[in-house]
Ligand binder design. Structure first.
Ligand code: COA
Ligand code: MG
Length: 307
């Protein structure tokens, strides 16, 4: 068992920007972007005939950018049930990516299979064992919605984050659309996917990452979406356009007022060590509030260290 303090201080990445792996121009552009992590893409944003070029381009980018304290570099590979995935991994692991994003997983078995591949490739490249982490896109197949319980059984410790998406899932479910035409709200299967992703991630101590806001010109809508996600428990969000990263970072960064309140909560429990519940400003506080307050302070400290 980890100490409760250690649990509260999981490393958190707020914004994850997808960058098509075959685009030198976008890769250049992404270097100064505010995103906490880039996901250099070898899957859906790259045409199949450009995949060999994209693999080389992504590896070169990883090898050129070894200073990653402000911005991590992850790679999205093709689905593991295609013959492309192993060649993707074999090409990019020489660049020591911080993590691999794996799409279209149906259960934790897929994630654990990736972990075994990484064991071998880390050994080949002389990387420390277990250093490469995993972000699973956990809701892109019909089976995935029924397989979330498997994450609780034996997920690889590499699994650092789970995210979800409504576009590939709609195709997998045979839907003609995934949203209500009038309100723009997701239909039931996608709300279920979001909730299961959040619960599974929290249950195993992984980071829940909110889905992409596809209308990338609509920054007000993005902000509202981020705040909804954050209220629900997500700690970051996927971006597809460089203009989205700053909005995401701001929405997932605790405000001065939140930090000040969190410090007061921690302080009052520290001054009353025997008590499980105390009053502050006329409101009852107990252990969940203390845990939340510690999370807020830990996140604020991480953000400070990064910037
Ligand atoms: N990463 C880095 N740079 C990007 C970028 C990205 N994801 N998206 C756009 N840019 C760059 C553009 O190249 C452009 O720079 P330039 O004028 O110097 O060429 C600038 O940002 C502004 O781009 P804009 O004109 O507003 O958008 P666009 O029409 O060129 O591109 C998309 C729109 C959606 C095609 C593009 O944002 C994109 O490729 N997104 C990633 C898609 C992806 O990876 N999808 C898979 C995950 S769901
Ligand atoms: Mg996709």
């Amino acid at each position: 068992m980890k100490a409760p303090e250690a649990e509260a201080v999981a490393p958190m990445l707020r914004s994850w920007l997808f960058v098509p792996g075959d685009s030198e121009r976008k890769l250049d552009k992404s270097r100064d972007n505010a995103a906490d992590a880039l996901i250099l893409d070898l899957e859906d944003s790259v045409a199949k005939d450009r995949l060999p070029l994209a693999r080389e381009t992504v590896r070169a980018c990883l090898q050129a950018r070894t200073e990653r304290s402000r911005q991590q570099l992850w790679v999205r590979v093709n689905p593991l049930d295609t013959p492309l995935a192993l060649a993707d991994l074999a090409a990019v692991m020489a660049g020591a990516p911080d993590g691999i994003c794996v799409p279209k997983v149906s259960s934790v078995a897929d994630v654990n299979r990736l972990a075994h591949y990484l064991d071998a490739l880390e050994a080949r490249e002389g990387l420390s064992a277990g250093a490469t982490r995993i972000l699973a896109v956990a809701t892109e197949t019909a089976a995935s919605l029924l397989g979330f319980h498997t994450y609780l059984e034996r997920a690889t410790p590499r699994l650092a984050a789970l995210t979800w998406g409504g576009e590939d899932l709609a195709a997998a479910l045979g839907a003609s659309d995934n949203r209500d035409a009038r309100s723009g709200d997701y239909d039931d299967p996608y709300r279920l996917a979001k909730s299961l992703c959040l619960a599974a991630a929290r249950a195993i101590g992984a980071q829940p990452v909110g889905a992409v806001h596809v209308d990338f010109r609509d920054l007000a809508g993005l902000e509202a979406d981020c705040l909804r996600d954050r209220r629900a428990g997500f700690v970051g969000k996927i971006a597809i356009h460089p203009g989205q990263s700053a909005v995401i970072n701001a929405a997932f960064t605790p405000s001065e007022a939140e930090i000040a309140h969190a410090r007061r909560v921690i302080d009052i429990f520290e001054r009353n060590p025997g008590l499980g519940t105390v009053g502050l400003d006329g409101k009852m506080l107990d252990m969940p509030h203390l845990k939340q307050a510690r999370n807020v302070v830990a996140l604020a400290e991480q953000v400070n260290r990064r910037s």
